[in-house]
Design a protein around this ligand. Structure first.
Ligand code: ZN
Length: 258
C-alpha cells in the first residue's frame, strides 16, 4: 500500500483494511536504511522517514554526541542538560554540547558509531528512491519550532523543502516538528511551505479526517503518533496501544498550546 492510498482513505476515499498502521521514523539515522529498511521490505511495509537534513553527512546528532562523549568518561547526561541545550537558539546548540563535554573532560568528537550516525546525503539519495520509502521534513538542525518566530520558521522550512527537492528529488507534504513542539499559529507557515500533514508526538488513533488546527488552517492535517522506543518490549507497546484506544479522539491542536 502506498502513502497516497493511506491519505486518500483519511480524506474520505477507499477505506483501509482494519487495524491498518503507518510506520514512521524520525531524525534520519543511517540504521533506518541499513537495519530497518530490509525488514520493512521483507514484510512489504512502506514507511515514512523524517529527516533532519542539517545533520546528513555529520558523524553525530547533538544528543548522541553528548551521551557518547560522556559515556567515554563514565558519565551520563542529566535530563536537565538535554532540556537546557534544547532551549538554546539552534546555532548555539553544538557549542553548548562542546562546553558540556569539555567540562566533563570528555572528547568533543567521539569516534562515530556506525549504527548511530545520521545518513549521508549520498545514502539518502539512494534511500529516497527505494521502493516503499517516503521522505518527510524533520527540520534542518532539529530545531524546536515552538521556539522560533514565524520568519525563522519560514526560513528553516523553505531551506529544508528546497534541499529535499534539489538533492533528493522529493517534494514532501509531510512534516514532523522536532520533539513534536510547535505552536498552532505556525500552521499557516507550514501550509505556505507546502507542508500539509503534521505528525505529532501525542499518542492517539487516527479516525477519518480532515480536520484543521484550531479552525485556523483547514488545509493542515494534524496526526497523532504512538512512540516506539528502541528498548520497548512488544508488551509495553500493546499496553500503550490499548491505553490510547479508549481515549477520546486527540484534538487537532498544537501541543505547545494545549
Ligand atoms: Zn527528532
Amino acid at each position: 500500500m502506498s502513502l497516497d492510498e493511506v491519505f486518500a482513505a483519511y480524506n474520505g476515499g477507499a477505506p483501509l483494511p482494519p487495524r491498518a498502521a503507518l510506520v514512521t521514523f524520525d531524525d534520519g539515522y543511517a540504521n533506518n536504511a541499513a537495519v530497518a529498511y530490509p525488514v520493512l521490505q521483507r514484510l512489504r511495509v512502506p514507511a515514512l522517514f523524517f529527516l533532519a537534513i542539517g545533520y546528513l553527512d555529520e558523524p553525530w546528532f547533538w544528543w548522541d554526541r553528548l551521551r557518547e562523549g560522556l559515556r567515554l568518561v563514565g558519565k551520563t547526561p542529566r535530563r536537565e542538560d538535554y532540556a537546557a541545550i534544547k532551549a538554546l537558539p539552534p546555532r548555539a546548540v553544538e557549542a553548548a554540547v562542546d562546553a558540556h563535554l569539555h567540562q566533563a573532560g570528555a572528547p568533543l568528537q567521539p569516534e562515530a558509531l556506525p549504527w548511530m550516525r545520521p545518513l549521508t546525503w549520498e545514502e539518502a539519495q539512494g534511500f529516497a528512491r527505494a521502493e516503499g520509502v517516503f521522505i518527510g521534513n524533520h527540520g534542518d538542525r532539529h530545531e524546536i519550532f515552538a521556539r522560533l518566530n514565524d520568519t525563522e520558521l519560514a526560513l528553516v522550512l523553505s531551506r529544508t523543502q528546497r534541499l529535499l527537492a534539489l538533492r533528493l528529488g522529493v517534494e514532501t507534504p509531510w512534516l514532523a516538528p522536532p520533539n513534536g513542539e510547535w505552536r498552532s499559529e505556525q500552521a499557516d507557515v507550514f501550509v505556505r511551505s507546502g507542508l500539509r500533514y503534521v505528525f505529532g508526538t501525542q499518542p492517539g488513533w487516527v479516525r477519518r479526517g480532515p480536520r484543521g488546527v484550531d479552525g485556523r488552517s483547514a488545509s493542515l492535517v494534524v496526526l497523532p503518533r504512538l512512540g516506539v522506543g528502541a528498548e520497548d518490549t512488544p508488551w509495553q507497546l500493546l499496553r500503550r496501544l490499548l491505553k490510547t484506544y479508549w481515549r477520546p479522539e486527540s484534538p487537532a491542536r498544537a501541543p505547545a498550546n494545549s
